[in-house]
Design a protein around this ligand. Structure first.
Ligand code: CP
Ligand code: NVA
Length: 313
């Protein structure tokens, strides 16, 4: 499949086949890593990783993953680079492209990532923006596949804020043919344009993407219950107002009881126990959140290898 030299900014930009290829290569790379087999497909390459927001999983999984692929990752943040002093994105893109083989960026504005990709001559990977978190959602599809084998026809119910995570899950579910309901209150529902795009993709893969205010109706028969924080990075000042508005949108024992008995619970992490998810469910047997976190490593290694070399299994 032709992912070489492309960017990974939104799952909506990928074809159904490209998503399948990423999941397939991730599976192979995970197996190789577990068996200790060499997979240094990016030997001698460098990756610039720009972080304008905090991160634990994304930073460590990209950095470790690129290293395991034989390359050298370079961490940049606002305060330790000229980015925080206002160097234009288009200049940063052109300068970094003269040094490195790929750029991963986590920032606020989605448009900045689009601009970075426009001016960069190397692949750009979106490590989260206010609008989307594609690497996480692709990882989530991989994790569901590991536990449920088949994605097509399953039902994922996202609970809470219609944020970057909800958006990327809609795009991902639409590509793999998984039905999704986003259960969110008015005022916190996902961007209608993203819902529309996802529904158009879903029409091709034969699944449905819906938004429902009624949490318990939405969660009925779910194969996967998924949630994320009520206040994302950059929304800290809105914490109390969001807590008020989203307070009922929690994954707890009662909600889990209306899902399928074998439903799995996912959360991109970090989690706020007692807010969007109870401690009991997060730590319970149906929670697969740490498998999910680990899989960031394997799926992102697949993404980087596919974008940055032809020499891949
Ligand atoms: N899920 C996720 O992206 O986590 P970090 O913010 O720790 O990178
Ligand atoms: N919606 C969260 C996801 C964190 C991984 C945020 O943007 O802060």
């Amino acid at each position: 499949m032709g992912l070489r030299n492309k960017d990974l900014i939104s799952i909506h930009d990928l074809t159904v086949g490209e998503v399948a290829t990423i999941l397939d290569v991730a599976k192979k790379l995970k197996r190789k890593q577990k068996r200790g087999e060499p997979h240094r497909y990016l030997e001698g390459k460098t990756l610039a990783m720009i972080f304008s927001k905090a991160s634990t999983r994304t930073r460590v999984s990209f950095e470790t993953g690129f290293y395991q692929l034989g390359g050298h990752p370079i961490y940049l943040n606002d305060s330790a680079s000229q980015i925080g002093r206002g160097e234009p994105v288009r200049d940063t893109a052109r300068v970094l492209s003269r040094f490195v083989d790929g750029i991963m960026i986590r920032t606020f504005s989605h448009d900045s990532v689009i601009e970075l990709a426009k001016y960069a001559t190397v692949p750009v990977i979106n490590g989260l923006t206010d609008l989307l978190h594609p690497c996480q959602a692709l990882t989530d599809m991989f994790t569901i596949m590991e536990h449920k084998e088949v994605l097509k026809g399953r039902k994922l119910v996202y609970v809470g804020d219609g944020n970057n995570m909800a958006h990327s899950l809609m795009y991902a579910c639409a590509k793999v043919g998984m039905n999704m309901v986003c259960a969110s209150p008015k005022g916190y529902q996902p961007d209608p344009e993203i819902v529309k795009n996802a529904q158009e993709d879903a029409a091709h893969t034969g699944c449905t993407i819906e938004v429902d205010e009624d949490l318990f109706r939405a969660a009925k028969g779910a194969d996967v219950l998924y949630t994320d924080v009520w206040a994302s990075m950059g929304q800290e000042a809105e914490q109390s107002i969001r807590q008020e508005a989203l307070g009922d949108y929690q994954i707890n024992k009662e909600l889990l009881s209306v899902a399928r008995p074998d439903a799995m619970v996912l959360h991109c992490l970090p989690a706020h126990r007692g807010e969007e998810i109870t401690e009991e469910v997060l730590e319970g047997p149906q929670s697969k959140v740490f498998d999910q976190a680990e899989n960031r490593l394997h799926v992102q290694k697949a993404i980087m290898a596919l974008l940055m070399t032809d020499d891949i299994i």
